[in-house]
Design a protein around this ligand. Sequence first.
Ligand code: ZN
Length: 293
Amino acid sequence: MLAAIEAGGTKFVLAVGATPDTITARHTIATRDPATTLAEAAAWLAAHGPLTGLGIGSFGPVELDRASPQWGFITTTPKPGWAGTDVARHLSAALGGVPVGFDTDVNAAALAEHRARAKNAGGDDSGSLAYITIGTGIGGGLVLDGRPVHGIAHPEFGHIYPRRHPDDRAFPGTCPHHGDCLEGLAAGPAVIARWGVSLSELPAEHPGHAIIADYVAQACHVLFASVAVEEVVIGGGVAQTPGLVERIAARARALDAGYLPGGARHRIIAPRLGTESGITGAMLLAQAAAAEG
Ligand code: ZN
């Protein structure tokens, strides 16, 4: 059996299955302190063994350098108790040394969406894709030519600085590090800080929709213009606001102004896998880990 964990700041989703497409059992636990949460996850997974591979898509920041002694750690998170937590090696050891694959939650989601795209394209897995999640924070994963991109650490699209919308100049932003970065302007808490309710609770004619769409569209334009991804997939709770993905796509086309050479092929879409991208991506990490032994 392959085992997968989508490790989030509020919940851990656990799953097992023979292949990434055949999850046969799943379980959700609350994210509490690291020792309690990891022990509970390991106990549930162990009861569904024997396991041949474990994949973890984790909230971060995380260490992805295989040569680092901290590989598989959550590093500098502000989440109380979790900074410097060994996740990957700890869980592998707790599960009898099972091979483990580890990446960010959004790179895992990007991998799964990339594979779903390839299936739709008749198996052509050459494309490139970014996955942006908009929820309590904003994160981004990137798959270029079929491989997740890490760089020196991993992408953090949430913390780029967009140009301010003309009707949104006074709001200081909510990011504790940057104030008015993308996350500080467009994540769920920034919406509530300005307008008192979530984006999906604002009336359809409220200017907040265009303001949020503008910021996310700028991030998509950055991705199209800098790394020339073919698709940007927009997931997360805020992105489920009716009409938002369409607004973002329309605004991004306006921002491009017909310039980019790949413009006609650029797409901004909702996740093909709905809310299953993250856990499916963790299953893919498990499959790869099992194959590598
Ligand atoms: Zn920031």
